[in-house]
Design a protein around this ligand. Sequence first.
Ligand code: NAD
Length: 484
Amino acid sequence: MKTIPIVRDAKLFIDGEYVDAISGDSFDSINPATNERLASVANAGVEDVKRAITCAKEAFDCGRWSKISVEERSAILCRMSDLIIAKMEEIALVETLDVGKPIKESIGFDIPRAAQNFRFFAEMAKYIVHEHYDQTNFMSYAKYAPAGVTSLIIPWNLPFMQMTWKVSAALAAGNTVVIKPASYTPLSAVMLGEIANEAGLPKGVLNIITGPGSTVGTAMTNHPSVRRISFVGESNTGKTIMKNAANNLIPVSLELGGKSANIVFEDADIDEAVKGSIEAIYRNQGEICLAGSRLLVQESIYDLFLEKFVHATRNIKVGDPLDLATEMGALVSESHLQSVHRHVEVGIDEGAKLAYGGKRVTGLARGNFYEPTVLYDVSNKMRVAQEEIFGPVVVIIPFKTEEEAIEIANDSIYGLAGVVWTNDIRRAKRVTATVDAGLLWVNCWYIRDLRTPFGGTKASGIGREGGRHSFEFYTEAKTITMKL
Ligand code: NAD
């Protein structure tokens, strides 16, 4: 893991070929750990998007992907999965350099999970049940046909994993796709083009565009040939995308922001709860939608929990993302670091107490390294408890009773996820039934069975993907009734 690969400049991938933007423009991708330039990236414009969508539409209409057998599609997608595994080290290094995240996570989780995404949806596509009802005088059956050209728009925090989560399901269902990674982290995403070519994916089925959300993203959501939009990103961007989709009346899947409650009850195994809560806030530098960023702790164990949590926070190894011992890397950009820091200052102004962190890491000033930060004695009304910080900052909120914990958990515009730490199974059932969120974990965090629905309530999103839910979204149901 010591060798730094030669990071290649990133071009657009359209109709099976890497090409420059029509304008010839480019922008730089920056390494968050050094703030040095990593690579030049093609800066697409609206005409490039139109070209990619036209290619995707032609590829869809001619049926060289949408109409071949599911077994043929599945075989190609399984080859893509195998190629991701074969190129694991290279992709993981590029991901770590571009995102600033620890190599331990890229190689140990994100990239293997990306390969798993492809294999999972490739296999599952073969077992989609098409409904069939046989009556005396007629027979009805429903087919789930691919929807058509699909726009996939991805954020910067877990780029390769998030992208493959969407693209593998959309392709397995028989669609053609245009993908846009975030401008901060486009380098791993564009590598999927060569993987698609090597695996034998027909030209035009997968297209990748890099460029600004305001122009390129808008063109991908406005175009009348696009039949599905799947988006991961901020709640406000999600609203804009939904408005654009309304012009063409097309379904959207929106995975948006979060401010999830991580509730620790007095009957929990405290050491397990500390370990799990540390992971839930500091993994990926806290730049994770599912983060347990509001830590609710029952008053009777509050002091003990706080002491253990701060001790564990102090021991987190922040540093060079390429070092296998590093547990927390750099934030994605200088401006994001400044935004995280402003939130901490606002929290302290509002009356939150700082137990640890709250500043840039000394000695690592070249990069965007921020200390893991603990704010305690926080009230849920404070901005720091209501706004998504999307960084390594936890707010600890005391509560007295189960009812109060649920009330606090639900007092948020978001409803993405939640965690309950308790040894009382009845309490676990009651609390998970009442917390308004799409994903709830009991005595664990971030464990995913890909067959289960994934998504949030309220400002955290619309729709669910995962297992059959992905296939429902990426297909059109068609009912055929025959008189016998
Ligand atoms: P963002 O909304 O700024 O950008 C996401 C993507 O949308 C980028 O590719 C961006 O270029 C593009 N975009 C921006 N404006 C657009 C527009 N008008 N039309 C179309 N596309 C546009 O989000 P971000 O800062 O990249 O990511 C962080 C956010 O993502 C956080 O809020 C986080 O919670 C959320 N997120 C949610 C999930 C989930 O599963 N719910 C997962 C990861 C991240």
